[in-house]
Every structure is written in structure tokens, then in C-alpha cells.
Write a protein that binds this ligand. Structure first.
Ligand SMILES: [Fe+2]
Length: 143
């Protein structure tokens, strides 16, 4: 199974191009983030963290859905044929949650600067997603 670092490196290479694989990777990273936060939501023993994570993945999934539909409106449907396995899930007890969230911030920031550098309508949606992630980072400092 690929480590998160390998997955991240692969993405950094891929985001240089607006192609099918690159867009599929965006979708996969988004779904991976949602799943990871849902797993943390189940594993935490802190009520505030449970709530913050639950609120995040609900809103984030809607934002990701909107993002992918706008991206496909512009660039067409994508296939996941060229992708390998999805990013591995991590247990909360062993995860560097702050570091993990920062990586996802960098992933979405990377898409703004490269793949979608000429697509302000897509960048706007990514900015809303980044705001959700930053808000969650703040809320998690309280638990
Ligand atoms: Fe729940």
C-alpha cells in the first residue's frame, strides 16, 4: 500500500497538467480527506472533536461535490482508470492530525496555482474548501 508521502509526491507531479488523471486525483484526494475525517470522528473520545469533525465532513462533501461538478462542466467527465490505490486511512491514535490537514491544504493550494490557474470560478470553490479546512484546524486546537 502506498504511504501518504508517496501519494502526495505523485499528486505534486500530476497537478502540473489539467488532464483526466489530474482531475481524478483531485476527486480521490477529496474523498480520502472526507473518509479520514469520518474515521477520526468515530475514533475520538473528545465530544467537541467528534462534533467538529462531523460538521466538517458533511459540509466538505457538499463542497467537494460542487467542485467536481463544476470541474466536469468545464473539462468533461473523468475516469479513475489511470489511478492506483487510494490514500491509506490512518488511525487517530497514530495520526499527526495537524500535519495531515496541512498536507491537504497544500494539495488544494497546489491545484489553484497549477491545474486551475486560469479557472477563477474553480479557484473560488477551492478557496471555500480551504476555509472549511482552516476552520476545522482551529476547532481542533480546542480538543
Ligand atoms: Fe456521527
Amino acid at each position: 500500500m502506498k504511504s501518504f508521502q508517496q501519494f502526495y509526491n505523485e499528486l505534486n507531479e500530476a497537478v502540473k497538467y489539467t488532464d483526466d488523471k489530474n482531475i481524478a486525483l483531485l476527486a480521490m484526494h477529496g474523498l480520502s480527506l472526507r473518509d479520514q475525517m469520518h474515521l477520526f470522528h468515530w475514533q475520538t473520545e473528545v465530544g467537541d472533536m467528534h462534533t467538529a469533525l462531523g460538521n466538517f465532513y458533511d459540509k466538505f462533501l457538499e463542497q467537494l461535490d460542487g467542485l467536481m461538478e463544476v470541474v466536469m462542466g468545464k473539462y468533461g467527465r473523468f475516469s479513475v482508470k489511470t489511478l492506483g490505490s487510494p490514500a491509506p486511512l490512518q488511525d487517530l491514535q497514530e495520526a499527526d492530525v495537524e500535519g495531515l490537514m496541512e498536507r491537504y491544504v497544500q494539495i488544494f493550494e497546489g491545484y489553484k496555482d497549477t491545474t486551475f490557474a486560469n479557472d477563477p470560478e474553480i479557484v473560488n470553490i477551492i478557496d471555500e474548501i480551504l476555509a472549511s479546512i482552516q476552520k476545522l484546524k482551529y476547532l481542533l486546537t480546542m480538543s
